[in-house]
Design a protein around this ligand. Structure first.
Ligand SMILES: Nc1ncnc2c1ncn2[C@@H]1O[C@H](COP(=O)(O)OP(=O)(O)O)[C@@H](O)[C@H]1O
Ligand SMILES: [Mg+2]
Length: 246
């Protein structure tokens, strides 16, 4: 049984479909990658799942509950978190305070207990290897540390499903390896389902258990990473992207 199920989900902007009738599911505890050329609708799809954009058609069901077009804070409380491409943090707070704030408004902390939130934040920072930066100003973190901070914020909210939008773009090989092991640990140790939009194919091939390919807002194909990446239709979709950007 899929934990999260999208049925014929769509989103149009001014009559143009960005996401065009997507039906996919993610099983409990799985690492599912969503790939596809630029403009395929990947980021829009993640925003629909967390309610940042209203769907124009279809239903989104999580653990048997229809969440379609719930407000974002209710979806977050149900345990679905999104880490967006450009991490956002509160610049006036330090690293620990930023993560604690996320813990305060996450799934588990219904009573808004500040002490518990700080404890969870500390654990989340250990998890991503930023514990020694806890009292730093967020402005002093470099790009990959800001990405890890965003992961810590998401983990601190105790999600059941974590959506990641190209969190590995622009990292060097060592940072990429660290990111991969953090995401794997998030699933293995916290049993969080991961739905992960990614352009870095090396990372997808080493971490994803299943891959969905989007193209022009539709599911082009899905399956095991090695099978999907050999699919001629997938190769063609990416070649199209290369020639457009050249
Ligand atoms: N807020 C918006 N208003 C209008 N068009 C949008 C908006 N967001 C995305 N789109 C369009 O939807 C399509 C899919 O975008 P996006 O989901 O960002 O793709 P991807 O993440 O796969 O690169 C693109 O054609 C994009 O221009
Ligand atoms: Mg995108």
């Amino acid at each position: 049984m899929p934990t999260l199920e999208l049925r014929d989900v769509g989103k149009s902007y001014g009559g143009l479909p960005a996401v065009d009738g997507v039906s996919i599911g993610a099983d409990d505890g799985e690492i599912l990658a969503i790939v596809g050329p630029n403009g395929a609708g990947k980021s829009t799809l993640l925003k629909l799942i967390v309610g940042l954009e209203p769907a124009t058609k279809g239903t989104i069901v999580f653990d048997g509950e229809d969440l379609t077009n719930y407000p974002p804070h209710r979806i977050r409380q149900r345990g679905i978190a999104l880490v967006q491409q450009t991490p956002r943090a509160f610049p006036s707070m330090n690293v620990l305070e930023n993560v604690a704030l996320a813990a305060l408004f996450g799934r588990a902390n219904a009573h808004r207990d500040e002490e518990k939130a700080l404890a969870r934040a500390g654990e989340a920072l250990e998890f991503v290897g930023l514990a020694d930066r806890r009292f730093d100003h967020v402005g002093n973190l470099n790009l990959h540390q800001q990405r890890f901070l965003a992961l810590a914020r998401a983990v601190a909210g105790d999600p059941r499903v974590l959506l990641l939008d190209e969190v590995m773009a622009g990292l060097n090989d060592a940072e990429l390896a660290t990111s991969i092991s953090i995401v794997r640990a998030i699933r293995d140790l916290r049993h969080i389902t991961v739905i992960w939009v990614e352009h870095v194919m090396k990372a997808v091939m080493s971490l994803a258990e299943r891959v969905v390919v989007l193209n022009f807002g539709k599911v082009l194909t899905q399956g095991l990473p090695q099978d999907v990446m050999r699919d001629p239709a997938v190769v063609e979709a990416y070649l199209g992207e290369t020639s457009q950007s050249a």
